[in-house]
Ligand binder design. Structure first.
Ligand SMILES: NC(=O)c1ccc[n+]([C@@H]2O[C@H](COP(=O)([O-])OP(=O)(O)OC[C@H]3O[C@@H](n4cnc5c(N)ncnc54)[C@H](O)[C@@H]3O)[C@@H](O)[C@H]2O)c1
Length: 260
């Protein structure tokens, strides 16, 4: 059955943050949510990313675009207001945003700088708290917040460095937000994707060997792409996942379960 045929997200409004280009996991999720019947809005970081986002959104009837740099509280508040004006309320917020300065991924982890640590955790983790706070008042009961994490939160992957620390903090943040927002009927979960070739992934030295290793060692024996992550995102945004919050769901072919 196609996603459209089962209409898992019919009647829902989903906001997907973090579209940089057609390879962005955010974009693949946005497309899948639209196919599943949702009204979808995407966000992009700045003027340079606007053209890409608008060109992509033009492929999907009715998809709107909004700018939001998560380092700027005024832009987050403006996004919440713009969504309220446009839709009245929303059902799903997807946070697919991360950043660490390039040097932090090149140098040995022990060389992590104070500034690099602050920037990585501010953009990749604090931003989830900030957007959840701003957008929760615009969210309907039964709403779903999702973010994207990686196994580097639990295990050492050479050169993933401060992003591993950021992902560990992100997963803890998911649990604390779930604890806070459950009273409003809002669920908060993370998807832990396997290695997927995107602009951000290209910034991680040795990314290809991470992908090869995952394909060779995972029980399902192959790399899973953004469309598989998107399928799980559609499920988590849907009422079929009504009992699921505070969790990290792995979409990595089972790689995380293996010892050797
Ligand atoms: N690609 C992978 O292998 C993989 C695996 C697991 C998890 N993830 C996670 O998935 C998410 C999306 O990454 P991706 O691989 O699609 O790469 P991507 O580069 O396409 O997406 C990262 C996004 O973060 C945005 N961003 C960075 N700084 C920002 C800021 N200040 N304000 C707003 N947006 C900002 C970028 O503009 C971009 O849209 C990230 O959290 C990443 O860590 C990726």
């Amino acid at each position: 059955m196609s996603e459209q045929a089962n209409g898992l997200l019919s009647g829902k409004t989903c906001v997907v943050m973090g579209v940089q280009n057609q390879w962005s996991i955010a974009w693949v999720i946005a497309e899948a949510m639209a196919r599943a019947g949702a009204q979808v809005a995407i966000t992009y970081v700045d003027e340079r990313a606007r053209k890409n986002a608008e060109t992509l959104a033009a492929k999907a009837p009715g998809m709107r675009t909004f700018v939001c740099n998560v380092q700027d509280d005024a832009e987050i508040d403006a996004l919440a207001q713009a969504l309220k004006d446009e839709y009245g309320s929303i059902d799903t917020l997807v946070h697919s945003i991360a950043y660490a300065p390039a040097d932090e991924l090149k140098n040995p982890f022990v060389q992590t700088t104070r500034d690099g640590f602050r920037i990585a955790l501010e953009i990749s983790v604090y931003s989830l708290i900030a957007v959840a706070r701003a957008l929760a008042p615009v969210m309907n009961e039964g709403g779903s917040i999702l973010t994207m994490t990686y196994l580097g939160a639990d295990r050492v992957f050479p050169q993933y460095n401060v992003m591993g620390v950021a992902k560990a903090a992100l997963e803890a943040t998911v649990r604390y937000l779930a604890g806070d927002l459950g009273a409003r009927g809002i669920r908060v979960n993370a998807i832990s994707a396997g290695p997927i070739k995107t602009a951000s992934a290209r910034g991680i030295p040795g990314f290809s060997s991470m992908q090869q290793e995952a394909a060779e060692k995972s029980p399902l024996g192959k790399v899973f792409g953004p469309q598989h992550v998107a399928g799980t995102a559609v499920f988590l945004a849907s009422d079929a996942a009504a009992g699921l919050t505070g969790d990290t769901i792995f979409v990595d072919g089972g790689y995380h379960a293996m010892g050797i």
